[in-house]
Each structure stands twice: as C-alpha cells, then as structure tokens.
Design a protein around this ligand. Structure first.
Ligand SMILES: Cc1cc2nc3c(=O)[nH]c(=O)nc-3n(C[C@H](O)[C@H](O)[C@H](O)COP(=O)(O)OP(=O)(O)OC[C@H]3O[C@@H](n4cnc5c(N)ncnc54)[C@H](O)[C@@H]3O)c2cc1C
Length: 387
C-alpha cells in the first residue's frame, strides 16, 4: 500500500525498529514515548542472529557489528568452577548465516535512535487511549494531544495499555518464579574469557557473563525467589553474596566488582500467548504482544521480527491496512506463542521447578559437545522471517 501514515506508540527497541522499517518502506511515521528522556531498562541483551538479520536488512549491519561483543564460545561451569562444557558457536553462525551480537542496551537504543533521528521521537507523550473508525486510528495522550494515522502500532511494552484496547480487557502478567540481577562490568580474564559466554549453574541458580562492545561484560544472576521481595540497590551485593556463597572465585569477584547503583533487579514475568494481536487498524508489537521470560534471549529479537513482518506486509499487500494487519497477526501469532512457551519451559528447567529435571540438565551439560545446544538455538533462529 502506498502513502500510509503510521503512528507508533513506544520508542523501545520494538517501536524504534518498526519506525525505521516503516519509514524505509516509504511511509510517514510518527513515534511517541511517555518518558522525558529515553533510557533503556536493563543493561545488556543478546541479539541472536534472527534479530541481527532484521537490522542487517534495515542497513544497520555494520553498526550492530561495531557495538556487538565478540561471542565466539559458550561455556557452562558448575558452581565449583569445574567446566561442564565449552564449545564454539561457529556451527550456529555457519548454519544460519549470521553471528549473534550481545550488546549494551544503551548502545542499541542509541544506534536505533541515530538511525531514526533522535529529535524526531516525540517525548512526554503518554498514550492513555486509542480510538479508530473505518478510515483511521488515533492515539490520545494524557495532555489531550491526539495523533491520527492509517495504522497504529502499540509497541508500549509489557504493561501495554494498547494491549488492553486490542483485547478488550486487561490481562495480568504471570510471575515466572525467579529474580534476575543484571548490569555491566569491565571485561577481565579473571572473570571469564573475553570471547566466551560463561554460565555458572547450580542450585537452580545462574551467574553469567557475556562480552559486549566496549570491552565490557553484560552479567546476570538468577535466583528462584517468591514474588514481591524487593531489596534496595545498596543491599544487592550482600544478598548476592548470600545466594552465591560457596560459588567459584570468578563469581565472587563479579559480585564485588558490580556497581549496585547501575544494577537492575527484576522479578521475571511473562504473559499467556495471545490469540489476538490486532484490532482493525491497531497492531501490537514487541513485549505488548508477547512478553516472554528471557530464558531463550528472544524477546527483543521477536520485536525486531515483528517490525520486519509488519512493514513488509503493509508494503506487499494492497487490499486494506486492516487486511495487512490481519496477515501480520496470522504470521506472528504462532511464532511468538511458541517462544513464550519454550522460554517458560526452559525457565522452569533452569530454575529448579522440578529439581530432578534441573539435575538431569546439569548431567546433560557435562556430556554436551555443543551440538545439541547450538542445534536448538539455530532451529529457533531459522524459524524467523529472514532465513
Ligand atoms: C532480564 C531480561 C533479559 C532479557 N534478555 C534478552 C535477550 O538477551 N535477548 C532478547 O532478544 N530479549 C531479551 N529480553 C527481552 C527484551 O528486553 C524485550 O523483549 C524488549 O525490550 C521489548 O522491547 P519493546 O520495544 O517491545 O518494549 P520496551 O523496551 O519495554 O519499550 C516500550 C516503550 O514504550 C514506552 N511506553 C510504555 N507505555 C507507554 C504509553 N502509555 N505511552 C507512550 N509510551 C509508552 C516505554 O517508555 C518504553 O520506551 C530480556 C528481558 C529481560 C527482562
């Protein structure tokens, strides 16, 4: 379809990727975010090859390679420090045709903002309602402003209000059962090899480091805990020292070196897979459509896939905007449902929901040569739209 105007609500990685893709498709785009200043929540992210391919397709390949970490290997270690398995990621890259890039979220956000034009994102614009008629969709903002277009993209994240509009009801997020702490530390060989994603496992917990650009590690810790157990930032190191008391020396060093003020502590939630992603001229995209546990590292990658599929369908079909959006829903619904359910299952296995299964996983890691893990990751990547 030609000469469409798209209104995008939310300038996270999903909304920005969609705005770039839609503009490259020749559409006029307006993007709005509720915040005064865009600061991504969270420290780092692993962009698997399906996400990277979308960025390549949007002309951002060299830029993502520049800010991405050189992650050549994966190593699983027992909490004692004993190596369970250490293998190359080259087979994934060969199979799917693109290496993954762990990146700092700030760098990713900046790259997307530079590509779109940071000054063209309209800030202080909290969308509070949506309406539509046969010809257009309109976002209504808290200050009374309105923005009308041919299509409206709800990229307003996991607490989406546009999701409530599309579904006709508010849905509750579901606690996955564990807390995640994440941040960035300077890379150092006494923490982990600089080209390796190192994951210490034991007691249903994880401590992990992954190289990102700028000679840094993106780190995270996971601990199964009851819901609603907040701790102030100054207590993070003490609580982590308690949960990881008898773990290997590099884990202790990591706890000492992290900056608690710049560490995030997140109770991990997902949502049930949705049957509906679209209402008329309004489409959900990214976490609003499919908040998922991060145990596959696919939430942001799926938002990028959404952006590509949506812009492509608007461009290549011409019955109506609503028809293109229906096709988008049909294309994405099963893909993202599978990711949510797989990530949930993996979260249960990693975090000791059924202790015997977690123990079996540790045993299988000690027998792993990389082919099963690489194969599973490649399979997920190859189900994306850019194969
Ligand atoms: C601990 C953790 C680790 C993760 N690791 C990975 C990983 O390794 N790989 C991966 O691919 N994914 C990962 N994810 C998932 C990834 O972070 C999300 O899928 C991704 O951020 C979703 O992007 P989004 O643009 O849909 O939403 P968001 O990034 O949440 O952006 C939503 C935007 O909408 C704005 N907004 C919200 N409400 C309104 C409103 N009413 N009006 C206007 N603006 C509004 C917000 O201010 C925000 O800027 C992880 C998630 C977590 C929690």
């Amino acid at each position: 379809m030609e000469n469409l105007k798209a209104i995008v609500i939310g300038a996270g990685m999903g909304g920005l990727t969609a705005a770039i893709a839609l503009r490259q498709a020749g559409y006029s785009v307006e993007i709005y975010d509720r915040v005064q200043e865009l600061r991504p929540a969270g420290a780092g992210i692993s962009l698997w090859s399906n996400g990277v391919k979308v960025l390549n397709r949007l002309g951002l390949g060299e830029k993502i390679a520049k800010i991405g970490g050189q992650m050549d290997r994966t190593a699983y270690l027992a909490k004692t420090g004993e190596i369970l398995t250490d293998f190359s990621l080259a087979p994934i890259v060969e199979q799917v045709g693109q290496r993954p890039y762990p990146v700092s979220r700030t760098d990713l956000q900046q790259m997307l903002l530079d590509a779109y034009g940071a000054d063209q994102v309209q800030l202080n614009a909290k969308c509070v309602a949506v309406e539509q008629d046969a010809d257009s969709a309109t976002a209504i903002f808290a200050d009374g402003r309105r923005a009308t277009g041919d299509v409206l993209v709800g990229a307003d994240g996991t607490h989406s209000i546009i999701r409530s509009y599309v579904l006709g009801q508010k849905i509750e997020r579901r606690y996955v059962g564990y807390v995640n702490w994440n941040g960035l530390v300077p890379a150092s060989p006494d923490l982990a090899a600089k080209n390796t994603w190192a994951i210490y496992v034991g007691d249903g917990q994880r401590a992990s480091m992954m190289p990102v650009g700028g000679d840094r590690f993106y780190f995270f810790f996971d601990v199964p805990l009851p819901k609603d157990t907040p701790v102030p930032a100054e207590g993070y190191q003490t609580e982590l020292s308690g949960y990881f008391k008898d773990w290997a020396e590099p884990v202790q060093r990591l706890i000492q070196r992290l900056n608690p003020e710049k560490t995030n502590r997140v109770e991990i939630h997902d949502i049930e897979p949705l049957q509906t992603l679209v209402k008329g001229r309004v489409a959900l995209l990214g976490d609003s459509a499919h908040s998922t546990a991060p145990d596959l590292g696919q939430g942001g990658c799926q938002a990028m896939e959404d952006a590509w599929v949506l812009s492509n369908l608007l461009l290549t079909t011409n019955l109506s905007a609503a028809d293109a959006l229906k096709r988008y829903e049909a294309d994405r619904k099963d893909r993202v449902a599978e990711i949510i359910l797989k990530a949930r299952e993996r979260a249960a296995m990693i975090h000791g929901k059924v202790p015997d299964k977690t123990q079996q996983w540790y045993t299988s890691l000690a027998q792993e040569d990389g082919s099963a893990i690489n194969g599973a990751i490649a399979k997920t990547i190859l189900k994306g739209p850019l194969r």
